[in-house]
Ligand binder design. Structure first.
Ligand SMILES: NC(=O)c1ccc[n+]([C@@H]2O[C@H](COP(=O)([O-])OP(=O)(O)OC[C@H]3O[C@@H](n4cnc5c(N)ncnc54)[C@H](OP(=O)(O)O)[C@@H]3O)[C@@H](O)[C@H]2O)c1
Length: 311
């Protein structure tokens, strides 16, 4: 493995690479493509891997591809996503010991470094029951740390859990609510923070294209925000390349330990590792950071909205 900047992961006792591998990219991958992508991540020095029960075959792919170096990597995964009810609303799935055991089997390991509840319902008693399942797994040695992946009300409620070790939250130039909503309290409590959607799903790719080409896309809300922020496709407003500017914003946000980036293209993964090597240790550029913060809040004011974190 070649070097990537690394960091103590909150109070978990682990040290992880500041760039983390986004397992959602493996959801529909063939074995060969998944092996190639994970091998690229290892070559680039990534040691932190993020997955979830609901990311297709991602856990299975990671289990196979990381079998030879399990002790050198940190595995974070999630359970309890949601089912869609008859009225179209979502409800988190109840979880039990079988969910943990199935993840261990798919990941081909005897312990998961951190198991997170996946965007779990902000219902105090359901959330507490789900955390109790994770605690029992921790007592049994199957899970080392427990945490929550999600934003807004659910994440705030998760903070009432005194033994929350890891938080996975949305953060990017187009998704800044957590700069004030979650990061300060996570930092004060020594919670390990991983950011998801760190590149805003690379939504800048759609800027300048007609709306009917991206209106229904997963990243459409970010395209609308970047448009409202006066951004253009060619280059970020600070004159840097988009991927570089976006990753710098995340690394310069106080309280962030690692940025998860999803990439199904190995060249993009290499490029993100190059950016991480260059950016992770830089002192905070307060002016550049403030400029991104101002651009976001002024755009919110212009459109008359408060932009929540996207789960
Ligand atoms: N609720 C949750 O728990 C939750 C929700 C969302 C995400 N996540 C986690 O966070 C990870 C990252 O989030 P995400 O994948 O939604 O968003 P993301 O990392 O912001 O964006 C991924 C997109 O960016 C593209 N990309 C990556 N590097 C690039 C580069 N250097 N230049 C241009 N485009 C680039 C990828 O393209 P290609 O795929 O074409 O390479 C992909 O389309 C996921 O994989 C998952 O592990 C968790």
């Amino acid at each position: 493995m070649s070097g990537l900047p690394s960091i103590p992961f909150g109070r978990t006792g682990l040290v992880v690479s500041r760039l983390a591998f986004g397992g959602a990219s493996l959801a529909g991958a063939t074995d060969a493509d998944a092996d190639r992508l994970v091998a690229t991540a290892l070559e680039e020095g990534v040691t932190l891997f993020d997955a979830a029960q609901c990311y297709g075959r991602a856990e299975e792919h990671l289990g196979r591809a990381l079998a030879g170096c399990r002790s050198e990597v940190t595995l974070v995964t999630k359970c309890g996503h949601h089912e869609v009810l008859a009225d179209g609303s979502w409800r988190s799935l109840d979880i039990g010991a079988a969910d943990i055991d199935a993840a261990l089997r798919r990941l081909r390991t005897d312990h998961i470094d951190a198991m997170l509840l996946h965007s779990y319902d902000p219902d105090p008693s359901r959330l507490e029951r789900a955390f109790d399942v994770l605690r029992a797994a921790r007592t049994a040695g199957k899970v080392c740390s427990i945490g929550y992946s999600g934003d807004n009300e659910g994440a705030k409620l998760a903070f009432s859990t005194p033994d929350l070790d890891v938080l996975e939250l949305s953060l990017s130039v187009a998704d800044q609510a957590n700069v004030l909503a979650l990061l300060p309290i996570a930092e004060a409590r020594g919670i390990a923070v991983m950011t998801k959607r760190s590149l805003a799903n690379a939504a800048w790719r759609h800027l300048g294209r007609p709306e009917d080409t991206w209106r229904d896309a997963h990243d459409a809300p970010y395209v609308r925000r970047l448009r409202a922020m006066g951004c253009s496709a060619a280059i970020a407003p600070d004159g840097l390349g988009w991927d570089e500017s976006a990753l710098r914003f995340v690394f310069q946000s106080a309280g962030v330990h690692a940025a998860i980036i999803g990439a199904s293209d190995p060249d993009k993964l290499r490029r993100n590792a190059e950016n991480a090597r260059r950016l992770a240790g830089l002192p905070v550029d307060a002016d550049a950071y403030a400029a991104w913060r101002r651009r976001f809040s002024e755009a919110e004011a212009r459109v008359g909205e408060t932009w929540r974190a996207l789960n």
